[in-house]
Ligand binder design. Structure first.
Ligand code: SF4
Ligand code: SF4
Length: 139
């Protein structure tokens, strides 16, 4: 009986179409709810640092250059992110969202996994180590 089942499965396997997809040659639309790469909206960010505090993977740093002037830099460690969406939930200002169409994140270069969002001059200042860079912002 078992042999019959095995032969039937083998024949079935030889005749049916493969269930695998020809990725990357054939791509399917990603579902709208897919949790992909983070994006940050600096317009509404208050620099509260909740996103960084609540991230279980320590994948976010909010660098405060000037709190009064709302100069913040959002540093995102893509290689640490588990795409849990906790930061999206935690942000009361709805600054963080996840792109459903940006999920092919493999790279040979390590630099690709460190992303800075913010005003270009502020990002440069943060990289240069001005004034509070490197430390997550605290209220
Ligand atoms: S999705 Fe999760 S792991 Fe990724 S940055 Fe947000 S809180 Fe951290
Ligand atoms: S939780 Fe939102 S408002 Fe607070 S620092 Fe993060 S992105 Fe900015």
């Amino acid at each position: 009986m078992k042999l019959m089942t095995m032969w039937r499965d083998a024949l079935h396997g030889l005749t049916k179409k493969p269930v695998t997809q020809r990725y990357p040659f054939v791509r399917q639309e990603a579902p709208d709810q897919l949790r992909g790469h983070l994006v940050w909206n600096r317009e509404t960010c208050t620099g509260c640092g909740l996103c960084a505090k609540d991230c279980p993977a320590e994948a976010i740093e909010v660098i405060t250059l000037d709190k009064k002037a709302k100069r913040f830099v959002f540093r995102y460690h893509v290689d640490r992110c588990t795409f849990c969406a906790q930061c999206v939930e935690s942000c009361r200002q709805n600054c963080i969202s996840m792109l459903s169409d940006r999920w092919e994140l493999a790279a040979v270069d390590k630099e690709a996994f460190l992303v800075h969002y913010g005003d270009e001059a502020d990002v440069q200042a943060a990289l240069a180590g001005e004034p509070d860079s490197g430390a997550p912002a605290a209220e």
